[in-house]
Design a protein around this ligand. Sequence first.
Ligand SMILES: C[S@@+](CC[C@H](N)C(=O)[O-])C[C@H]1O[C@@H](n2cnc3c(N)ncnc32)[C@H](O)[C@@H]1O
Length: 292
Amino acid sequence: MEAALSGQKSLRLPYVDILLPNDRYERDRLNLHHEIIKQAFGRILFPPIRLGGNDRVLDCGTGSGAWVTNVANNVPPTVHLYGIDIDPFSFPERHPPNAHFLVQSTLDMPAEWSNTFTLANQRMLVSAFSQKDWHRSAQETFRVLKPGGYVQLLELDARLHQVLALGPRSRRLEEVANAIWHERGMLTDPASVLPDVLTECGFENVVIETRDVPVNRRSGAMGALHLYNISQAYREMGEAIVRAGGYGIVSSLREFTDLVVAAREEWAENEAAVATFVMVYGRKPLLTLESG
Ligand SMILES: C[S@@+](CC[C@H](N)C(=O)[O-])C[C@H]1O[C@@H](n2cnc3c(N)ncnc32)[C@H](O)[C@@H]1O
C-alpha cells in the first residue's frame, strides 16, 4: 500500500475570508452542484486518459469532496486521490480508502509534491480567488503534475450576467455582488481567461467544452435544481456583503436575503434564464525545462 502524501504541518494564510462560508448548507449545495455538473456534461473526467496503476489524482479546493469520492469509487483501488482545501469543515466523514483529504492551500503546495499527479481537478474557485491567485494556482498545478499529466478546470461563464439582467431585482443583486467581487480583486468571469492562463503557464493541447444549464422552473427538474443552486450560492454571500457594509445597496442580512429571493423569482418562470458551465483542460508537456 502506498504511503499517503501529507500536506502542510500548519496553515498560515495571511487572511482568509472567502465569500461562501463552509457550513452545512454550503456542503449540501456542493453535493447538489456536483450532480448538476455530472448530468450536464455526462461525465466528470474530461482529458483523454485512463486512470490506473499507481496514478495519483489531486482535487484543488475540494469542498465536500464530492468529485474525489465519485472518482475514487470508479477507478482501481491502487489509484489514490487527494482532495485539498484550506478549510476541512466539509470533508466527507466516510469515503473510499483510496480517497484522502488534506488541509492544504492550492496556492502553495509542498515542494515534495512536484511531478507527482497524473490529473488535477479544480472546480468553482470563482468565489475564492483574486485575479493573481488564478495564475498562481495554475503555476502550482503545473509544478505538481507529472510531465504528460492533465489539469481540468470548471467554472460558470459570463452568461450568468444574462440571468442577472432579467429584471430590476436581479440587476441590483449583480450590482452588490460585483461590488464585493471588485473590492477583493476577483474575476467575475474566470472562464473567459482560463484557457490563456493555462497556456501562459506552459500547458498545451488546451480544450474547452461548454454546457448550458437552465436556471428556471420551466425547463424541467434540472432547471429547478440549478435555480436553487445559484440562488443559494448568492444567499450564502450575504454575511460577507453585510460585514463589508452593504455597498450602499443593502443594510442588513434580511434585506440582502429578500433581494436574492426577489431576484430568483425573476428567473424562476423565465426560459431565458440559462447559465453556462465552461470546462477547460490542458496537458503538461512531456518534456519541460523543469523535467527534461
Ligand atoms: C465553491 S467551493 C467548490 C468546492 C468543489 N471544488 C466543488 O466543485 O464542489 C470552493 C472551495 O475552495 C476552497 N478554497 C478557497 N481557497 C482555497 C485555497 N487557496 N486552497 C484550497 N482550497 C481553497 C474553499 O474552502 C471551498 O471549500
